[in-house]
Design a binder for this molecule. Structure first.
Ligand code: ADP
Ligand code: MG
Ligand code: MG
Length: 252
């Protein structure tokens, strides 16, 4: 589904990603962990197509097409979902309307008719139940005055409505309480299927107690320096990132 090959990226002449290789297949959940400043959010931003990052080398293929050639909107339409670290607030636009527009744009792109009001409502009700979101949240302006947990729930609800092929969740290094982690994890687990994939980016092992990944990768200084199964997250929790730094320093 996603093949990243030798990806290099920089911002304002500062090299941040130094040759990332990663393959994600349908049905898999991958976690990227790493110390602060290792380039985790940069990787998410490059995959989302944020223009302030310059890709200087490498390729990214998404479902057989060149991802890097696509605009951020095209990427979303092709089934890439990015949950941003700091979701935007849009006063005056209800969450429901925002999602309806996004869902119908995605459908149009796939050659499907827009959902009529009744079908949209039916889909909403079904997915609301799945991610345990309250109706009252959806009638409020998008993210305006939402608590951290409400923003997370809303983000996961958007994901449930859009049914992305690949969801990339970049979690903040701080401020996610246990409740918010649970919301994210329950949502991801409920939506997990053999046809979609998830890339969870996190600084903390805690989240991976709830979302059990198939693969864990450690990003350090813009490179994936170690990959393994879910046990790698536990090893990191136990030994800390210093262990990774030391291993690299020793050239092991
Ligand atoms: P992480 O998410 O792993 O904490 P980031 O991708 O946010 O790491 O940052 C990686 C490195 O790139 C850091 O050294 C950071 O200071 C730098 N960086 C990130 N964004 C910018 C920016 N907009 N301008 C300059 N440097 C940046
Ligand atoms: Mg950071
Ligand atoms: Mg980050």
């Amino acid at each position: 589904m996603l093949t990243i090959n030798n990806l290099h990226a920089q911002i304002e002449d500062k090299k941040i990603l130094n040759g990332i290789d990663l393959q994600i297949n349908a049905g898999e959940v991958h976690a990227i962990m790493g110390p602060n400043g290792s380039g985790k959010s940069t990787l998410a931003s490059v995959l989302a197509g944020r223009s302030d990052y310059e890709v200087t080398d490498g390729t990214v293929e998404f479902d057989g097409v060149d991802l890097l050639e696509m605009s951020p909107e095209e990427r979303a339409r092709e089934g890439l979902f990015l949950a941003f670290q700091y979701p935007i607030e849009i006063p005056g636009v209800s969450t429901t309307n925002f999602i309806k527009t996004a869902v119908n744009e995605a459908r149009k792109h796939r050659g499907q008719d827009a959902l009529d009001a009744v079908s949209f409502l039916k889909l909403m009700k079904e997915r609301m139940k799945l991610v345990k979101i309250d109706q009252s949240l959806l009638s409020r302006s998008l993210n305006e005055g939402f608590s951290g947990g409400e923003k997370k729930r809303n983000e996961i609800f958007q994901m449930a409505m859009l049914e992305p092929k690949l969801a990339i969740l970049d979690e903040t290094d701080s401020g996610l309480d246990i409740d918010a982690l649970r919301i994210v994890a329950d949502g991801v687990n409920a939506l997990r299927s053999k046809d979609n994939a998830t890339l969870v980016i996190t600084h903390y092992q805690r989240l991976l107690d709830y979302i059990v990944p198939d693969f864990v990768h450690v990003l350090y200084k813009g490179r994936i320096v170690k990959s393994g199964g879910k046990e790698l997250a536990l090893e990191l929790e136990e030994k800390g990132y210093d262990f990774i730094k030391q291993t690299i320093a020793e050239g092991v």
